[in-house]
Every structure is written in structure tokens, then in C-alpha cells.
Write a protein that binds this ligand. Structure first.
Ligand code: GDG
Length: 470
């Protein structure tokens, strides 16, 4: 069995409780074969302390049979690669926010430099039969760098965020180069069929790629397989967490506190892609249009701090504080506030109880690769008395979760009506919808996702051409 090599911007020890679902799931795959996990250490070396662009010290740590190898970045590289090109250009544009793209000269160069640095540091650690799985928009050109250095291993790439339509992609500075580098992989994974279709349109219209009879794409003297692999969650872990002492205590406390009221919940990173200001305006519309919700419907919104050194994130924080303050000021009573807004990260073990106590889960991003909160909300429900998921049709999850109430989050009036419908949905209908949703997220959970991607990569019938890659 070949060894698995994971490359992602950040690396987590899968044995530690703070590690997210992805780290745990990848950890399980890695444990089977032994593995190497490579990425940025999270350390930034200032110029005054010897940080040099394109250079970085390696750190190695053993976590069971998984080797964690990380590299430091100097300030200039970090700012251009991570804050600049990855989170100031690719993140907004891939989420259709051309207005938020910050196209400063030097960002693309820093991004290239760090990917080249990663390739240079990783190459000597590779064995000939390793399978390499690269994650996300920070590292798109990594395979091309590795190939240029002579690497012939099987390489797959998974894009966690949406793939936009061709003309949106075309706005990205250096996009021809960037998209061309995707052809250095053997397998490309997207979250949804819509993303796959956008990729397919792009490479056919902009790169004049041929679609081969077996569905692979051929351009730039390379052939690549592409597919939709919707990421899932660890459903069993969520159910287990909901049923732990702490989970059920959280649930009971909230149910008691809100016994005469209806709870709604939102859990998001504070990111402009998540549609939070629109959600707050929709909640205000709900209270105005259906006044019986006053003194009753309460929204708990957790907005965990994220990327606070990027300007657009500071702006959304201010906007949220203003909106929540205004809504609470206009509608609040001495003993009731419509919105409980928490701008902090809440402990993971508290989330399932919170989801379960909430009659409605609001997952209304303006654009989202998948959105795992939608799946966590379903997994945490009591099947006998489940809540209702209100889900944006612009989340990748909407392709799978058709039995949720799907909304257009830009349409505040209509979304408010749908939330009202969710608050009043009869028990029978709630159970039927929930059962179908739960089955789907169980069938396609995080373990299914890892297995399917890695099996596809391992079983690709690679023609000799690929092994002679440039
Ligand atoms: C990217 C893509 C794709 C949130 N607040 C807290 C907290 N969370 C956890 C949630 C969930 C995770 O963070 C967020 O996952 P999402 O999928 O919703 O969104 P992104 O972070 O944007 O992730 C996305 C994903 O990658 C996977 O491919 O689905 O589309 O954008 O697990 O529960 N966890 C804790 N406290 C919080 O306050 N403990």
C-alpha cells in the first residue's frame, strides 16, 4: 500500500481534540498506511529575526505513524501568499466577490514563491510510490512545481471552495498560469456538480481543452480526471457529542430557558461569504412582517473571528455589530433580546446541544463550497422532534440537501416567509424531511469522501504520458 502525503496550508495533529473533522478523517486514512502531512507551521519570521523570502525552516513532529512536517514563512511571503493572493484575491473572486478582490502587485509573485518553497522542501521527503493529496486554493500550483522538479507521483487536488464561472475566473491576475497548473495533477476534486461544470466550461472555452471519451480533460500536453466529491462530516461523532453529558446539559439548559420561545441558530466564521448581514436583515423582516414572533423568536448567532488582518473582515465585523445593536435596540424588551450575537469561538462540544435545542438552523451563505454547519445541524437533531434547516441554494450542500427549505438569501422578504414556514412546520413534515436528510449525510459522510477520492486517485489508469510529465 502506498504512503499517503497530505499537503495543506495548515497542519493539525489528528490525535488532539481541537483538531477539526477534516483532520480527524484525514488522520484515519493516514493511520492506515502511515503518512506525511506537510504545510505551513503557522509561524511568521520577521525580517529583523532573519526571515528571508522563499526560505523557511522545517519542523518535524511524529504523531503516531503520521509525520507532521511544517515550514515557517517570512513576513513578506506570508503577507503576499496568505493574506494577499490566497485570501485577498482567490477567496473573494472564487466566492463571486470581484468588488473585494485586492489585486496588489507582488501578491502573485509571493504566492508563486511560497508554492515553490513548499515543493522544494517537500520533494526530498517523497518516496517513489507515495500518493500526494493537495488541499485548497492556497496550493493550486504545487503539483506543477513538483513536476518541474521531476516528481512523478500520483497527485490529486481538492478545491474546498466554489469554482466560479469562466468569466469570473478570468478576472484573476495570472489566471491562465494558475488554471494551467491544475493540469499537473492526475485528479481534481470539486465540491459539487455545479463547480465541476464551471471548471469544464473554463477549460474548454479559455484553454481549448478536449474532453476525452472517458471524461478526462486534455490540454497543455497533460490529461487530468475531474469529478465532484462532496465533502461530508463525521455524523457518528456529532451524534455522540450531542448525547454526551455536556451535550445534553447544554440542550436542556437552552430548552428550559426558551420553553416559551422559539430558538433559531447560526454558526459561521465571520466571513462575508456567509451572508450574515443579510441574515440579520431577514430576521428583522421576520419580526416586522410576523409580529407574533416578537418576544418569542430568538436568534443565537455565533460568528467566530476569522482572518482579522484582512480589511474586508474588519468591515463586516463593524457592520454586524451595528446591525445586531440596531435590531436589539428596536425590538428588545427588558426580559428579551431578539439576537444573541457571539463574536467568539465556542467550544466544539457545545455546538451539538445548541443545534439540537434550535427549532430552525439558518445556513444562508451568499456562496459556499459546501458548508459543513448545514450537515452538523441535521446530525445533531433529535429524530423524534427535529428542527428545520433553512439553507441557501448557493451553498454546495444544497445540491445534496434538497429536503431542506432552500432559499435565495439575497431575497430578504421571501427568506423571512420561509423562516416563518419553518417555525410552524408540523411534526410529521419535520420528521420526514429530517429522515431523508440524515440518511443522505450518513451515506456520504467524511469517511466516504476520503475513501472515494483516494480510491479514485489510486485506481486511475495513468497512461505513460502522465508519468513522463514535464
Ligand atoms: C471551507 C469552505 C467547506 C464555526 N464556528 C465555530 C466552529 N465552527 C466550525 C463549524 C464547521 C466549520 O467550523 C466551518 O465549516 P464550513 O464548511 O461551514 O465553512 P469554512 O470554514 O468556510 O470551510 C466550506 C469546508 O471548507 C470544507 O470543505 O464546506 O464551503 O468554505 O465545522 O462547526 N467550531 C467551533 N466553534 C465555533 O465558534 N468549535
Amino acid at each position: 500500500m502506498s504512503r499517503l502525503v497530505i499537503v495543506s496550508n495548515r497542519v493539525a495533529d489528528p490525535r488532539k481534540p481541537a483538531a477539526g473533522g477534516l483532520a480527524v478523517a484525514l488522520g484515519e486514512s493516514m493511520k492506515k498506511t502511515g503518512a506525511l502531512w506537510f504545510g505551513w507551521s503557522g509561524e511568521i519570521i520577521e525580517e529583523a529575526d532573519g526571515g528571508v523570502p522563499g526560505e523557511g525552516r522545517l519542523h518535524t513532529e511524529q504523531a503516531g505513524n503520521i509525520e507532521l512536517v511544517t515550514v515557517d514563512l517570512c513576513r513578506e511571503d506570508h503577507d503576499a501568499y496568505y493574506l494577499g493572493y490566497a485570501n485577498g484575491v482567490l477567496w473573494p473572486v472564487f466566492h463571486y466577490r470581484l468588488d473585494l478582490g485586492n489585486y496588489e502587485p507582488g501578491f502573485a509573485e509571493g504566492y508563486r514563491r511560497v508554492n515553490e518553497l513548499f515543493a522544494r522542501k517537500l520533494l526530498p521527503l517523497l518516496r517513489p510510490d507515495d500518493q500526494i493529496w493537495v488541499h485548497d486554493y492556497h496550493l493550486i500550483p504545487l503539483a506543477a512545481n513538483l513536476r518541474a522538479m521531476g516528481c512523478r507521483n500520483r497527485m490529486g487536488f481538492f478545491l474546498h471552495i466554489p469554482m466560479p464561472p469562466p468569466l469570473i475566473t478570468a478576472t484573476i491576475p495570472h489566471q491562465e498560469w494558475l488554471m494551467r497548473t491544475l493540469f499537473a495533477y492526475d485528479l481534481l476534486g470539486f465540491q459539487s456538480d455545479a463547480d465541476l461544470l464551471n471548471f469544464s466550461h473554463y477549460v474548454q472555452s479559455e484553454a481549448h481543452a478536449d474532453v476525452l471519451p472517458d471524461g478526462r480533460y486534455r490540454a497543455f500536453d497533460r490529461t487530468v480526471q475531474a469529478g465532484a466529491f462532496p465533502i461530508g462530516i463525521d455524523v457518528d461523532e456529532l451524534i455522540r457529542l450531542a448525547e454526551t453529558k455536556e451535550g445534553s446539559q447544554m440542550f436542556k439548559r437552552l430548552r428550559e430557558e426558551y420553553s416559551r420561545r422559539q430558538l433559531l441558530v447560526g454558526v459561521d466564521r465571520l466571513d462575508y461569504s456567509k451572508g450574515l448581514p443579510q441574515r440579520m436583515r431577514t430576521f428583522r423582516e421576520l419580526l416586522t412582517r410576523f409580529p407574533e414572533n416578537k418576544n418569542s423568536a430568538t436568534l443565537i448567532q455565533i460568528a467566530s473571528p476569522s482572518r482579522e488582518d484582512v480589511d474586508a473582515y474588519t468591515n463586516i465585523r463593524t457592520e454586524m455589530e451595528h446591525l445586531c445593536g440596531a435590531i436589539n435596540g428596536d425590538f428588545g424588551e427588558l426580559d428579551w433580546m431578539p439576537i444573541r450575537y457571539i463574536h467568539r469561538t465556542v467550544a466544539r462540544k457545545r455546538l451539538p446541544g445548541l443545534y439540537r435545542a434550535s427549532r430552525v438552523g439558518l445556513v444562508t451563505p451568499l456562496r459556499d463550497g459546501m458548508n459543513l454547519v448545514a450537515k452538523e445541524y441535521i446530525a445533531a437533531q433529535d429524530p423524534e422532534d427535529p428542527g428545520v434547516l433553512v439553507l441557501s441554494r448557493f451553498a454546495g450542500a444544497a445540491e445534496q440537501l434538497k429536503e431542506a427549505l432552500l432559499v435565495n438569501p439575497y431575497d430578504i422578504e421571501h427568506t423571512a416567509k420561509v423562516i416563518q414556514q419553518a417555525l410552524h412546520m408540523p411534526l410529521d413534515e419535520r420528521r420526514t424531511r429530517h429522515a431523508a436528510l440524515l440518511q443522505r449525510i450518513k451515506d456520504q459522510d467524511i469517511h466516504w469522501w476520503c475513501r472515494t477520492f483516494l480510491d479514485t486517485l489510486a485506481n486511475l489508469d495513468l497512461p505513460p504520458l502522465l508519468l513522463d510529465a514535464k
